[in-house]
Design a protein around this ligand. Structure first.
Ligand SMILES: CC(C)(COP(=O)(O)OP(=O)(O)OC[C@H]1O[C@@H](n2cnc3c(N)ncnc32)[C@H](O)[C@@H]1OP(=O)(O)O)[C@@H](O)C(=O)NCCC(=O)NCCS
Length: 175
């Protein structure tokens, strides 16, 4: 019970959390037909590739696990944004099953993510969040993340999904 690095044995569980959390969190934000059509099995290939990369020098995935199994995950790496310097890391995804929201797991996963990015040498980190995802935005703001002014609009199921970027500095590791 706690947070640990993910391994290839977690692929199916992470795919389940990924889809389940999307469906719960994005109802009303993303078209229902799109959410209904998501299948965990379709996400397994992605997670299988990510978790079997031989060297995870600048990327990492951590899972939150309780007595029932994996209930959440976070994935970090170098920023994928065109305007980012190599010193910028990214929290690519942080998802928990709806049944465990607001129980401190997100905070614990985020602490692992920030520690991993800091240890990898990144000076700051960014993440993207849907404008309408008020739960996540409250969570990030409580953790010291701030909107940096960047916006983008993704598309899912034919609907535009506006996002804002959040940013926070990473403290160097104490020596
Ligand atoms: C967003 C998400 C990861 C947050 O995780 P969580 O486990 O629900 O959140 P926690 O229980 O750790 O934190 C909740 C509370 O602690 C606060 N908190 C979080 N980090 C904090 C910090 N570092 N310092 C102080 N307070 C903090 C939050 O503001 C919140 O307080 P509130 O209940 O008074 O609003 C989770 O709700 C989730 O998976 N949501 C659905 C998927 C999603 O939207 N993911 C993000 C996509 S961009």
């Amino acid at each position: 019970v706690g947070i640990r690095p993910a391994d290839v044995g977690d692929v199916a569980a992470i795919a389940d959390v990924h889809v389940g959390s999307w469906q719960a969190a994005y109802a009303g934000l993303v078209p229902a037909e799109y959410l209904d059509g998501l299948k965990p099995v379709q996400r397994r290939g992605l997670w299988s590739r990510l978790l079997s990369e031989p060297t995870q020098t600048s990327t990492g995935t951590f899972v939150a696990e309780d007595e029932t199994g994996v209930v959440g995950f976070v994935n970090v790496g170098s920023s994928r944004d065109e305007d980012a310097s190599p010193a910028v890391g990214e929290v690519v995804a942080i998802y928990l099953m709806a049944g465990v929201w607001d129980a401190g797991w997100g905070r614990a996963l985020m602490a692992a993510a920030v520690a991993a990015l800091t240890a990898a040498g990144f000076a700051e980190a960014t993440l993207w969040v849907l404008v309408g995802n008020t739960r996540a935005r409250r969570f990030y703001e409580a953790g010291g993340w701030r909107a940096d002014g960047a916006t983008r609009t993704e598309e899912r199921g034919g609907a535009p999904l506006p996002e804002v970027r959040y940013r926070r500095p990473l403290a160097p590791e104490p020596r």
